[in-house]
Design a protein around this ligand. Structure first.
Ligand code: AMP
Length: 229
């Protein structure tokens, strides 16, 4: 199963992606997490990324993102499928993904578009905390860590992402509307779009996701083009 998770920043794609990943035992490829990790570790990609303004919500050029994703999806853990969180984000990236998959004789199973009202997104940002070590995400009220302020997985102290500051959030939402929202039509036209109402609490969203993915799996097996999931 190969899925694209689409939706504005703060809609909960990361949280749902992590759950889908565990449920179906496929990795999540989050370009944002990959980039933050590369910058923190000072890799070659990290040094390249320092030229752009990730912390201010500006997009990284398509060719840099596409090269990073191309390398990642060829790793052995992606053989049974993968989820893409935060990629594609522009029309050229969506076309590049299509080409990459065609080249590997793979097919996109579907695109889940997570939708929620703007005020709700802004509210979610205010409570969002992340683990600087493993990238796991929490929310002070809807998804608190077991021990306040500490990551459930590695125990590191949780932080507020610099790009979750209110003025950066506004910019990220603007960039999303301008550059990424058009991808909704791109996937709808290809019969691959599934809308998820991302306004309820995470458990209810996940139930919707599971129902949608059962449908996606049925469609895949009917057309005999799906990989095993
Ligand atoms: P995210 O964690 O998905 O919100 O990504 C954090 C930041 O990384 C974004 O605000 C962009 O600056 C950059 N980024 C992540 N994925 C992409 C992408 N597909 N295209 C361009 N920039 C990206």
């Amino acid at each position: 199963m190969i899925l694209v998770l689409l939706g504005p920043p703060g809609v909960g794609k990361g949280t749902q992606g992590a759950r889908i990943s565990v449920h179906y035992d496929v990795p999540t490829i989050s370009t944002g997490a990959m980039f933050r990790d590369a910058v923190n570790r000072g890799t070659e990609l990290g040094r390249t990324l320092q030229r752009y303004h990730i912390d201010r919500g500006e997009y990284v050029p398509d060719e840099v993102v596409v090269a990073a994703v191309r390398e990642r999806i060829l790793q052995p853990d992606c053989k049974r499928g993968f989820l893409l969180d935060g990629f594609p984000r522009t029309a050229p990236q969506a076309l590049a993904l299509q080409e990459m998959l065609d080249h590997e004789c793979l097919k996109l199973s579907g695109c889940l578009d997570f939708e929620a009202p703007l005020e709700m997104l802004i509210d979610r940002f205010a409570g969002r905390r992340v683990c600087p070590k493993d990238g796991s995400t929490y929310h002070l009220t809807t998804q608190p860590p077991k021990h306040p302020g500490l990551c459930d997985i590695c125990g590191a102290e949780l932080v507020i992402r610099p790009d979750d500051a209110p003025d950066v959030v506004r910019r990220r939402l603007e960039v999303y509307t301008e550059k990424t929202e058009p991808l909704i039509s791109f996937y709808r036209e290809r019969g691959l779009l599934y809308i998820v109402d991302a306004s309820p609490e995470p458990e209810t969203i996940f139930s919707q996701v599971i129902s949608i993915l059962s449908l996606v799996r049925r469609r895949l097996s009917d057309s005999r083009i799906g990989e095993e999931i």
